[in-house]
Write a protein that binds this ligand. Structure first.
Ligand SMILES: [Zn+2]
Length: 244
């Protein structure tokens, strides 16, 4: 068991967690997701993915859009009458252009992995930091801000591989091994309420939100991994936006 644990722990890189990067932009009448992306200089596809928006035209005044990397709300000029033809064209051509823009040493998102077990939100709260595999903003999980002591639940059923605070930076941390090579990681816990080797069912309490380790405020750092490969949990989790 020790061998297995240390293998997995070695794969965890330094924690780059605890920074609050991003704000919520409240959509005002006439604002399109395209204009919002343009104003904040963020990738439209990323905005869609993070906010789980399939069709950007469905956003409505009052919707809260999480803008990763933004620190202040900006004024977004309204588009009269929805999308202009030019915007429509740009929006539909963005997925192709994105590949060109993403150069540098970013690791490719895993495209050929088997699907993970179905995941539930490990806690309720506000998404304060998203997943990033870019060198300059590496964050191999997501941060969910929540009050200290709020229950942290097993996102999927599995065996507890690690439940300790031996790893610097992560504080009290739980790693659950799921079917296949999938694992979920829960860090900065105030308290751990499970034990190594125990089998936990999806939704079972494994700990409480805290601020242990390298952390500035109570939040849950949550990771999803396939073997050693970190995978963006937001691709598989129910939406977090609008659930403070
Ligand atoms: Zn984090």
């Amino acid at each position: 068991v020790i061998g297995k644990i240390s293998t997995l722990l070695l794969l965890l890189s330094f924690l780059t967690c605890g920074r609050f990067v991003g704000i919520y932009h409240t959509v005002e009448p006439g604002q399109t997701l395209y204009r919002i992306a343009l104003t904040y200089k963020v990738d439209l596809e990323e905005l869609k993915r993070i906010n789980r928006i399939e069709d950007p035209r469905t956003i409505q005044p009052g919707d809260k859009i999480f803008i990763p990397g933004a620190r202040h709300a900006l004024k977004v000029p309204p588009t009269v009458g929805g999308y202009t033809q030019e915007e429509e064209k740009t929006v539909s051509s963005l997925p192709q252009e994105r590949k060109v823009k993403e150069k540098g040493r970013e690791r490719k998102p895993p495209g050929n992995l088997p699907p993970p077990p179905s995941l539930i939100l490990p806690t309720s709260g506000t998404l304060t930091q998203t997943f990033s595999s870019k060198e300059e903003s590496l964050h191999e999980g997501i941060d969910i801000s929540a009050p200290e002591g709020r229950d942290v639940l097993a996102s999927a059923s599995g065996r507890v591989l690690y439940a300790d605070n031996r790893l610097r930076g992560y504080g009290n941390m739980v790693i659950i091994r799921h079917e296949g090579k999938w694992a979920t990681i829960y860090a900065h816990l105030k308290r751990i309420t499970t034990k190594e080797g125990e089998f936990v069912s999806q939704g079972e309490k494994i700990g409480e939100v805290g601020s242990t380790g390298r952390s500035t405020a109570p939040h849950l750092h949550f990771e999803l991994r396939y073997g050693k490969t970190p995978v963006d949990p937001l691709l598989y989790l129910p939406s977090l936006t609008g659930k403070p």
